[in-house]
Write a protein that binds this ligand. Structure first.
Ligand code: GDP
Length: 491
């Protein structure tokens, strides 16, 4: 080999080293999006992907504000076995001629977005090549996350806890039918498929009622009873708690033994694989919370939300002694709790909503003895459906929000046609978060003549005017959210 060849070889080796270094420097993140049903996951993820690929008004998202994002595009996802998050369909729903909210999350799904950007130092010196963030986003029902609590409870403990909870003042009327059926069952009697199916159906009906708008409870495991995903109609969900004696074993061939076996199989074949295969691989997580719904439903819903937040934090707990580490070790280093639908409030209350959630999360952090990941809180609207105005009432100028209620929504004896705009005084959140939490208090003056609560009229998504084929969605604080979740990977 002559000197020229050697130099050439050396150049190639140096280049491949540089390429390898650039490759290892290119960040990859796996972001989880979760929250209980109707919290706003589908809308949030659609808006987030749209902001990355189409841009928007995003001053607090620094890489974008500094002009360092060269572009972002969808790419084939890495996991063939997980359904794709159909962002195009959802976006069409939001922005089409007959604009409407997209279909909600009912199972796990995934999407890969590749973001080309210039690092801050490269951008300043104009020397470094462009870099690439590979972002894998996983959307999954928050109900599944709350199943973590089941892994530390055997069938007897779970039955006892579930029965006890169903005695609470809000839950008891919802649970009455299931409890009446339960009272007819003898756990030691012979196993009976019909009884098991009926118990499971009545128990499930109770859990579903607990998610109703006026009740808005959060902690109602097992999660698949509410969000079955692929298990809809499967025998894996044909079990329910039983009223068991404090001691003793299930007799062979009894209803008790049958329910216990199915509960164990749910834990082993449904709950554990989810945590091992999906949850444990996440680097970042956003937990969406419909805090306004809980505040509006009253103190029991708020207390229940706090328990749910504690359970969520327990799942992300980093402590080395956690018994969970034998099953999986969570590696999430940034965890964001987001109160959604802030566009139902005037901007003067956005900070207050954030303060309320901060207080709730703070208490949950203490309860769960959580430490490790950086935790932040935001009040946001992924898609802002309202604008602000002032309305004169007597001598007062009232801050109002203006939007188009969905067709068929009712208030004040009026049925809306889905076209006409209305102005709503949304009521103020209390300045002191403690007042809001103790009184369950979000009770403004916005109750209509027929007693209907017009603050909770559902608005249609905003009417948009795409410019040159680009659709940017209005939002509240989505840019801050992006900065917290992705900002450090785009430096
Ligand atoms: P998911 O069950 O968590 O996927 O919830 P979705 O994303 O489907 O949202 C449930 C409903 O909440 C939607 O149909 C909308 O009515 C409402 N919603 C969600 N996000 C927003 C938002 O940013 N603004 C407003 N006004 N409504 C929202």
């Amino acid at each position: 080999m002559n000197f020229g060849d050697l130099a050439h070889e050396a150049r190639i080796a140096a280049q491949s080293l540089l390429d390898a270094a650039a490759g290892t420097l290119d960040p990859t993140l796996r972001l989880g999006v979760t929250g209980l049903s109707r919290a706003g996951k589908t809308v949030f993820l659609t808006a987030l992907v749209n902001a990355l690929t189409q841009g928007g008004r995003l001053p607090a998202f620094r890489a974008y504000g500094q002009g360092r994002i060269a572009g972002a595009r969808l790419a084939p996802q890495p996991d063939d076995a997980v359904p794709r998050f159909e962002v195009e369909t959802h976006l069409r729903a939001l922005t089409g001629a007959d604009r409407h909210w997209p279909e909600s999350t009912r199972r796990i799904s995934e999407l890969r977005v590749v973001v080309d950007f210039e690092s801050r130092s490269g951008f300043l010196s104009r020397q470094r090549p462009g870099r690439r963030l590979t972002l894998d986003i996983v959307d999954y029902p928050g109900e599944w996350l709350l199943d973590l609590a089941l892994l530390s409870q055997d069938f007897r403990t779970w039955s006892q806890k579930t029965l006890q909870a169903s005695d609470g003042p809000t839950r008891a009327p919802l649970a009455a039918e299931w409890r009446a059926h339960l009272a007819t069952l003898d756990p030691t009697a012979r196993e009976d498929e019909t009884a098991a199916r009926q118990a499971a159906a009545l128990f499930r009906a109770y859990l579903i009622a607990g998610r109703g708008e006026r009740v808005a409870l959060s902690t109602l495991p097992p999660g698949r009873f509410l969000m079955p995903g692929d298990l809809d109609g499967s025998p894996a969900l044909t079990f329910a708690p039983l009223d068991l004696p404090a001691e003793g074993e299930a007799p062979t061939g009894s209803l008790w033994a049958m329910m216990e076996r199915r509960y164990e199989s749910y834990r082993n074949h449904v709950v554990k694989p989810f945590f091992r295969d999906h949850f444990a691989r996440l680097d970042r997580q956003v937990v969406l919370v419909d805090a306004l719904a809980a505040l509006n439903a009253g103190p029991e819903a708020v207390a229940d939300l706090e328990v749910a937040l504690t359970d969520v934090l327990a799942a992300f707990r980093h402590g080395r002694n956690s018994w969970l580490t034998s099953l999986f070790r969570p590696k999430v280093d940034r965890l964001l709790f987001a109160a959604t639908k802030a566009d139902h409030l005037h901007h003067t209350s956005h900070d207050r909503l954030e303060a309320i959630l901060r207080r709730l999360v703070g208490r949950a952090i203490k309860n769960a003895e959580f430490d490790g990941a950086a935790v932040d809180v935001v009040a946001l609207a992924a898609v802002r459906a309202t604008r602000e105005a002032t309305a004169r009432q007597g001598r007062d100028d009232l801050p109002v929000i203006v939007g188009v209620p969905e067709a068929g929504e009712r208030s004040g004896g009026q049925v809306f046609d889905g076209q006409e705009e209305i102005a709503v005084f949304p009521g103020d959140l209390p300045e002191d978060p403690e007042t809001a939490l103790s009184a369950g208090g979000y009770r403004g003056r916005a109750v209509s003549d027929d007693g209907g609560d017009i603050r909770f009229v559902k608005f249609r998504p905003p009417r948009l005017a795409p410019e040159r084929g680009v659709t940017q969605l209005p939002h509240i604080r989505l840019d801050r959210t992006l900065e917290f979740l992705l900002g450090d990977a785009l430096l």
